[in-house]
Every structure is written in C-alpha cells, then in structure tokens.
Design a protein around this ligand. Structure first.
Ligand SMILES: [Zn+2]
Length: 512
C-alpha cells in the first residue's frame, strides 16, 4: 500500500519547472558581475567623450562602437547579418525660407509670425480668412466650427482655452492643445491655419525642430503659422482692443474676413541614422528560441556646454547588459552555455520616443513569437529618495511581471528568493500609477507585440533626473550589482527552463 501511495503521490504532484535550489554554475557566472567592472565600464559609457549620447550624434556613435567592441571581445555573434548594428534612418527638416504678407505688407518672421516647423513646402494665396474663435472641437461639449464652412480656406484661431470651457485632458493631443486644434482644422477641411498668440518669443515654432523617425505619413499635418495678435488684427480688424479682449467682451464672433494673404514656406530635409547594437550568444538544444536582455544606451546629449551624462539613465542598464553578456559568455566557454539563445540588445532613441525598440520590434531579426521574454533595464544604479518604507538600500521596482504571462511572477520571485533577496517593489506596476512606467520604456514595444516582459527600475525621479548631474559618482554600486545579478539569474532560469513562457494573459492598456 505504502509503495503505491508514494507512486501516486509523485504522479499527481505538479512538476515544478522553476529551479528549487541554487545553481552552482549560475552563481559562479553571476560572481563575475563585479563592482569594479560595473564602475569601469559605466565610467566609459558616461564619460565626457560620449557627450551625453544624443540620438543621433557623434557621441552616440562612439558609444555604439564601444558596445560593439565589447560584444565582440566576449565572443558574441553579430546580431544583424554579420553586423552588431541594426541601423534605422532619421530625418530633420531645415527651414530655407518662410514669408507672410497681409494686403501686400510683409510681416516680420519671429515677431509677426513663425511657421510650424513640420510644415510641408508650399506657396499659398488667400483672399479671405475665416475666424473660428478658439478652434476647439470637443465631441458633445463644444464645436467652434459650428455653422462655418472652412473647406479649402485659411482659418484663424486663438491659442488657449476660453473661460467657459474646461477639459480634464492635459495630453498634448487634447482638443484644446495646439496639436488638437490643428487636427480639428484639418478635419474641417481647412487648407491652412493661423494660431494667434499674444506674443511670439524668439525661436518659437510650436514644436521643436528636431529629428524624427517618420518621414512617410498617412496624412499631412495642416499647413500652419503661429502669428502675433498684432498680425491677427491686420486680418480680423480692431476696435482698439486686442483680439483676445474683443473675443472676451463678445464684440468679436466667428466671421469671414476679407484680406489678401500670401504664405510661403520652403525647407530641405536632412537625413541621418542611429543604431541598435545587438550581440547574440547562441543556445544549445533550444537555440531557435530567444531571451532578450535590453537597455537604452542613448541619453539627452549636450545643451550648450552642459553634458547630460546619463550615468543612471541609462548608462546603468547599458553597463549591466555588457556585464551580463560577459558573464553568460564566460559560462558558455566553461561548458555551461544557455539552452536558448540570448540576445543582448542596447537600443538608441529611447529618450526621443522609444525609437530603437520600436524599429526593432517592427523589423525583428529573431521571430517575436520565439522570443520568450524581454528583460528590460532602465535605471538600476540609484535609490528613490521618495521611498520611505522598507530597506531603501535593498530594493528594486519590478514592473510588468503580472502581465502577458502567469509564468513571469513565480519565476521572478523564486529566483530573487533563491539568490538576491531584494525587496521586489510593485509600486510602479499599479495601472493607475500616474507615471505610467509600463508604457514609458523600451519593453513596452515588446509587450505591445505580445512578448512577456519584466522591467527593472530604481525610481530615480528626483533632482538629478534628466539633468547634467546624473553622474557615475552618484551610483550605489553595491545595490547596482545586486540588481544586475537579479536580472542575470532571472535570464539564466528563463534561458534554461524546458518551456517558453506561456502567453496566457491579454494586455489591457488603461485609458489616460
Ligand atoms: Zn531611460
């Protein structure tokens, strides 16, 4: 009887696929992630020579070369057709000329008008303009175009919001934002748009005249100029009061104004590029499945003489990826390579809007449905000064382990319990957290395509965040090492377990 009982017991006990005891080889490899190594590599990544690693820039290219050379020295295979680089194009518009005339009178650029920096090149002549108040269209609440036909016309609207209108949305796409008003005017069929500002400051162009990843668009932004109240008065007319005062006192309503207006804008488009750096450690029996370990190596560059070193953001993640790559490569050289292939990827353009990871997940080199996980690191070297509970020197924020796969959390927690014993803090995992961290770094592009992710983060949003003072001397290296080792052990487990992580949860994106 007893024998049979034991037999049944073993038969029906669920099979634990998570490591239940420490793996000697994993420990040996993790021990090569040393404080000295982290220090010396981060000193290079966040050095003045890298000039803050703006996307695109010479400093970023230097960092790319350094990361590639490190991957090569570890013996990693180039991830993209013989190259460590996956390069994507970037575009920047440069204004050649712009002009505005009202009734043959030339307006002065920067003083009377500033063209929208993303305008297409055009030359337009109008004999009329339609004034449409604040130009707000907010479904069911307000429509400043009511009763107006602006098809093919030049529309004049005021910046800002009227006193009798409130909106909860503070997004840059809200109906009362500049962007929202441009969208509304385009939807109404307008050919061009003037947005009136009380004063135009020098260099004002509404949106920064910066590099962009997208040059091909499904629709063009409406041809727009930002104009001063004085310039607007020449079109709308004046009763001695400013346009804004006229509107507020009710002496000004929506109307068609007769005026000969000439608008001209000419530009040229410059091109550049940036790269993701990808190194691969080939697996053994499961080498056609992939574990991704990612971090962004770009930061904010320079403003004037000030270098934004980005030591924590995200020099810490980049350096951790390098250290993990070295540790896994050493273990493989000792005969303890991973079963799945491990892809070490440092991406660029994160600070500009997750460009590199978006490009990778739109142009994946390794099948996303064979990518079991992305472990993404963005800032793991410092402490959160606003965290007033627990052990402030022994924690890490973990984000996303309850999404897409029910396998993530048990593995993450078990591995931490076995090896690193950090406090895993889920504060930023709350879908209602205003920081929306799940959507704010590169892992989101993987999650959006269904790849389970865990994101590791230190919560540094204090005085040095996105400041030139985010420097290597502020890093807590002992804590940094421990966090890097947690990611390493987690990757080790995920690379070696029998099954890929199951994808059994749907990702729901909370509304803003
Ligand atoms: Zn970052």
């Amino acid at each position: 009887m007893l024998k049979k009982l034991i037999f049944y017991f073993f038969l029906f006990v669920p099979v634990f696929s998570i490591a239940q005891k420490k793996d000697k080889q994993a420990k040996k490899a993790a021990a090569t992630i040393t404080i000295d190594d982290l220090k010396s590599r981060l000193a290079i990544i966040a050095s003045p020579e890298m000039e803050g690693r703006n996307t695109p820039s010479a400093g970023l290219e230097k960092a790319a070369d350094y990361i590639s050379s490190q991957f090569k020295s570890f013996g990693l295979l180039p991830g993209n057709n013989g190259s460590y680089r996956q390069t994507y194009p970037l575009y920047q518009d440069e204004v050649i000329s712009s002009a505005m005339q009202v009734n043959e009178e030339a307006m002065v650029e920067q003083q009377d008008f500033t063209p929208f920096s993303r305008n297409y090149a055009a030359d337009m002549y109008f004999s009329q303009a339609v004034f449409a108040g604040y130009g707000i269209v907010d479904e069911g609440k307000r429509n400043d175009y009511k009763g107006l036909d602006v098809t093919g016309k030049l529309v004049v609207i005021l910046n800002g919001t009227p006193d009798d209108y409130t909106t909860a949305s503070r997004s840059f796409r809200s109906p009362s934002s500049v962007y929202g008003k441009m969208q509304a005017a385009a939807k109404e069929g307008a050919a061009a748009l003037f947005i009136v500002f009380p004063k135009l400051s020098k260099g004002f162009s509404g949106f920064s005249d910066s590099w962009t990843r997208q040059i091909y668009k499904s629709s063009q932004t409406i041809f727009s100029f930002f104009i001063s109240e004085d310039a607007a008065a020449k079109i709308i007319g004046t009763d001695g009061n400013s346009v804004l005062t006229q509107l507020k006192t009710g002496s000004l309503t929506s109307k068609t104004c007769e005026a000969d207006i000439h608008l001209a804008y000419n530009k040229k488009t410059k091109t550049s590029s940036a790269s993701n750096i990808i190194g691969v450690l080939e697996g053994s029996d499961l080498k056609d499945e992939y574990v991704f370990i990612t971090a962004h190596y770009d930061h904010l560059g320079k403003r004037g003489e000030a270098i934004y070193y980005g030591a924590d953001d995200d020099g810490s993640g980049t350096t951790a990826v390098l250290e993990m790559a070295e540790a896994f490569a050493k273990a493989k050289a000792d005969g303890h390579g991973p079963r799945r292939s491990i892809v070490f990827m440092t991406v660029s353009g994160e600070e500009k809007g997750l460009w590199g990871s978006a490009y990778y997940t739109d142009h994946p080199i390794f099948p996303l449905d064979k990518t079991t996980v992305d472990l993404n690191i963005d800032m793991i070297g410092r402490t959160d000064s606003s965290r007033h509970y627990g052990d402030s020197l022994n924690y890490v924020y973990v984000v996303g382990d309850d999404k897409l796969s029910t396998d993530l959390k048990p593995i993450s927690e078990k591995i931490n319990q076995l090896y690193t014993k950090l406090e895993l803090d889920y504060k930023f995992n709350d879908p209602n957290d205003k920081n929306r961290i799940y959507f704010r770094s590169d892992h989101y592009n993987f999650a959006d395509k269904g790849v389970p992710i865990i994101f590791y983060y230190d919560g540094m949003l204090g005085a040095d965040y996105h400041k030139p003072t985010d420097t290597p001397d502020k890093i807590n290296y002992a804590l940094y090492q421990k966090r890097a080792q947690l990611v390493f052990y987690t990757a080790w487990e995920m690379a070696n377990r029998d099954e890929m992580l199951k994808r059994d949860l749907k990702l729901s994106v909370p509304s803003r």
